[in-house]
Design a binder for this molecule. Structure first.
Ligand code: TTP
Ligand code: MG
Length: 360
């Protein structure tokens, strides 16, 4: 099954302050440039009725809701992470194998504990929903299917607070009428290309000759579309290992060429990234910096050390050194800056790199 929390950031805000529940609630990432610049992170379903959704400019959301008593709030990631961590522990306790895929989403392989019985899986899903609601006061949507692909689509079709079960013999009836957009990996561009081939629904996609799909989209995507349209997927649910890197990037209040301004902001990011490193009991070997310039060109520099460390001073000194180098070599105005730690290893097991990805 796939469990996805409903309008997660906005619902978390409603939990904190139930008096806003019936109003449009819009959670925003303010860039800090002007009062309303930035983008909508997510919105509750009241706000969605007015066309407010993830990714649109805050100013546009305000316009859409100008006649409503709407609530606009800044993202509070720390708060959402706490709730997410608690809920993920609940979900994990109900799974044979558990795979968290985002802050508000996880796959649960429940094949063993339900003995492959869909009725038992449905009962379990109801228990999970009740558990999450009782312990964390949040609703979620759950999709159950023979594989990850189908479970994910099923979770999406009856949001919010939905439970959708798709048994193997129902695959065809369930998938055929859906727009191709429902398949993971099909965005606007591919949707357009498929439309040009006369394909709008998953059922129509299933009718297209696989060779044609391969010719148009390449072998990997073409075969994926061919299989996905038939509900075929054999990706296992897999516990995720440690992250390959921890990073943070942020937009500066004002574009600047000044090293001191850039470093001030970068050091704040270093503190946050370093706190996450410690929390996960990791060591790093590589430090990277990013700079997005006023013309949106992206610049980066990295340094890799011989031995793993978790030293914050070393991290900051390296960040400073790399920014100095970058600014010396490029005449750029910084708009966004970021820092990253990679080549991570677990503290107690320093020999084992978590990634075979070197030199970055
Ligand atoms: P989603 O699960 O995609 O969205 P959602 O939980 O808000 O709504 P739904 O009921 O449809 O599941 O994303 C989870 C959180 O991730 C969301 O609450 C906010 C954040 N997010 C962004 O910050 N930007 C984005 O563009 C998206 C899609 C999500
Ligand atoms: Mg969600």
């Amino acid at each position: 099954m796939l469990v996805d929390l409903d309008y997660f950031f906005a619902q978390s805000e409603e939990r904190r302050n139930p008096s806003i529940k019936d109003k449009p609630v819009v959670v925003c990432v303010y860039s800090g440039r002007t009062e309303d610049s930035g983008a909508v992170s997510t919105a509750n379903y009241v706000a969605r009725k007015y066309g407010v959704k993830s990714g649109i400019p805050i100013s546009l959301a305000k316009q859409k809701l100008k006649d409503e008593d709407a609530v606009f709030l800044p993202v509070d990631k720390k708060f959402y992470h706490q709730i997410s961590d608690n809920i993920m522990e609940i979900l994990r306790s109900h799974a044979d194998v558990f795979e968290q895929v985002g802050i508000d989403e996880a796959y649960l392989d429940v094949t063993q504990r339900t003995k492959s019985d869909y009725q038992q899986a449905e009962n379990l899903a109801e228990i999970i929903r009740a558990d999450v609601l009782a312990q964390e006061q949040l609703t979620c949507s759950i999709g159950i299917g023979p594989n990850k692909l189908v479970a994910k689509i099923a979770a999406d079709v009856q949001k919010p607070d939905g439970l959708t079960v798709v048994k193997p013999h129902e695959l065809n009836v369930f998938l055929s009428p859906l727009p191709v957009r429902r398949l993971v990996g099909i965005g606007k561009i591919i949707e357009k290309k498929l439309e040009a081939l006369g394909v709008r629904t998953v059922g129509q996609l299933a009718q297209v000759d696989v060779q044609l799909l391969v010719d148009v989209f390449g072998r990997k995507l073409g075969t994926y579309f061919h299989n996905a349209s038939r509900g075929i997927d054999d990706e296992p649910v897999q516990e995720r290992g440690e992250p390959e890197s921890v990073s943070r990037i942020s937009t500066l209040k004002n574009d600047t060429k000044e090293l001191t301004d850039i470093i001030d902001e970068a050091y704040k990011l270093c503190d946050e990234v370093h706190a996450r490193l410690l929390k996960r009991e990791l060591l790093y070997r590589s430090v990277s910096i990013y700079l997005v310039a006023g013309d949106l060109s992206v610049h980066s520099r990295s340094k890799t050390f011989e031995n793993p460390t978790r030293n914050l001073i070393t991290f900051k000194e390296t960040v400073k050194e790399l920014f100095e180098k970058l600014l010396n070599e490029n005449d750029v105005v910084a708009r966004r800056v970021g820092v990253k730690l990679s080549n991570l290893t677990k503290k107690e097991n320093q020999q084992k790199p978590l990634t075979s990805f070197f030199g970055n």
